[in-house]
Each structure stands twice: as C-alpha cells, then as structure tokens.
Design a protein around this ligand. Sequence first.
Ligand code: BTN
Length: 339
Amino acid sequence: MSTKEEILIALRESTEFVSGQELSQSLGVSRTAVWKGVQKLKEEGYAIEAVTNRGYRLENMDNRDILNQQELERYWNTKWVGHPLYYKKETGSTNDDIMALSDKGAANGTLVLSSCQHAGKGRRGRTWISPDVGNIYMSILLKPDLTADKAPQTTLVEALSVYEACKDLEHPDTVRFGIKWPNDIVVSVEGGPYRKIVGILTEMRMEETRIRDVTVGTGININMKDIPDEVKDTATSLCLALGHDVTRAPFIARCWEYFERDYEAFLEAGSLAPLKAAYEKGLVNIGREVLVLDPKGQYSGTAEGITDTGELKVLPDGEQGIRNVGNGEISVRGVMGYV
Ligand code: BTN
C-alpha cells in the first residue's frame, strides 16, 4: 500500500486532527513524505484540513464523488464479483481489458472499472461515447457452465441488477426508472419521455462447442451534466434526472451486489424464471405498442412480458396468439423519445 493510501486510512479512522508527527511515526516515513501524500490526496479531491500545530483532518466525504480503487474497495461487499477488481482512470475499452485478462487466465468475476474510455464500444458496432465526466464504464468476466444459447440472458440479468440499484435512488413521485427490453435502462422525469442512462454490451467467445468466456460491459451515465449532441434527444444521466450528483463508489458497489445475487439465482435455475417478475415490474414496454422487425415481415403488436429465456412476448395486432421475439430482430416504438 502506498503512503498516500495509508494516510487516508489513518485519517478516516479519526474524527480529530492527526498530527504530521504521529503519521510519520506510525507509517515509518518522513514528515515530508506525509506532506506529499496529503497533497496527492487533495489533488484527487479529498477535502483535508491542515492546521499548524494540530495536523490533518479529513472532512466528511459521504457526498463527495471520488472514484478510485480504494473508494471502491471501501464499499465492496460481494463474495466473488469483483475479486479482483481493477480501477483504471482511463482505458480503451473495459470489455477489451476483460478479454485480455481472460486470455491471461483471470478468474470468473474479475471486474475492470474506468472513468474514461477512448474506444468505448456500443451494440451493433456503434461507439459508446465515454468521456471523463463522472460516469462509469465497467465490465465483468464470467465463465459460466452454460450452453451458448443461454449466455445472452446474462445481459438481462445485468439490466435487472442495475435497474434495481437505480431504483434505490428513485424519487417515487417525479423520477421513474425502467427497463427497455432487452437491456437498456431508461428514466422519465415528471411524466416526460423515457431517456437512456445505461447501455450493456455482452460479448461471448467460444472454444469449440463450449463457452470460453462472457464479458458483460455496462456504461452508466451518472454525473454527466452535458449530454453529447449526438445523443441529446435520447439520453440523459442519473444526476440530470435526479437533480443531484450521485456518489459513484457506493452506487457501483450496490449494482454488483445485486448482480451477484441475481446471477446466482439465474445460474441455479438455468433460466430467468426466478427473476422474471422483478424484470417485468421494470419493463416499460409492457402494454405498449412495439414494432417487430422480423426478417419474414415486420408487424406491430402489444408487448405482454418476457419468457423464462428472455424473449419478448408480443401479441400481434389482430391476432389471438402470442409470439416470442428474440433479441436482435425487434425495434421498440412508442416508449422512448427517439423511437
Ligand atoms: C449500447 O450500445 O447500448 C451498449 C453500450 C455498452 C457500453 C459499455 S461501457 C463499458 C463496456 N466497455 C465498452 O467498450 N462497452 C461497454
């Protein structure tokens, strides 16, 4: 552990001033090293009061959004998700990082988190705009003992978990979160249009007939104040919806706690059956019109829910029977500002 991290721990343990002398003795470093460590912490955003003859004191940090390895570990509370976790201030793409780690033998549950991506990837070959403005970009490595056809369901598990963490922040009368099938999290403020705040990209690699690894990557717009022009009409952030900043570290830790619980339930059942009710509670498409882009001919109908394997159940207009629609062949109209 670095001197800076040791100083932070010592300051956290005390509500009173801790003298430079005391820190230098307990950490076995010079007073200058202590001073330098404090400066580095201040640069990272920690509010440290320094008073001559008294020493240093950390101000209450509960509402300050500082994101680094230590802040994340402080809130971490899972059995296997994020063990290990790697925080990178910036990176290319956390999905690519995970696949590189997997190639080197990384364990199931390994997590990479970053505040900025230079080559963020979205679905259908799109780019995921990933500026360093208080968002999170993160990916997990999963090595499930599943058949390949079941792996895409993992994406719905992650959507549900992040949705549940968002709901913990909800102001019931004004802000409503929802899931847009299959895996976008959206939010509506005071009955306004739903806008996207979370995107999930799952990439699976095979080894002959078995799954080699599944990488689930999630981007959440958290404290972004200016939405990039390209997505202004369709996207927003948690802070813009809620009207206040969100401290990222505890929120992220909660997302992964929920994921660990939900994913274990999914693996045990071998399907989404135990999660279906919770997922459908958040599903904004229910009872709304959808347009199904079936390669054999597009049709419109009403979304009724999901199956145990994550397909959207649609009642086509003018028909009696439900059709189950798989991911990739459907476009949803009528619930988002942009569809
Ligand atoms: C979408 O198009 O809606 C999916 C976006 C997924 C973005 C996340 S950010 C973390 C991870 N790394 C990436 O390069 N992409 C995913």
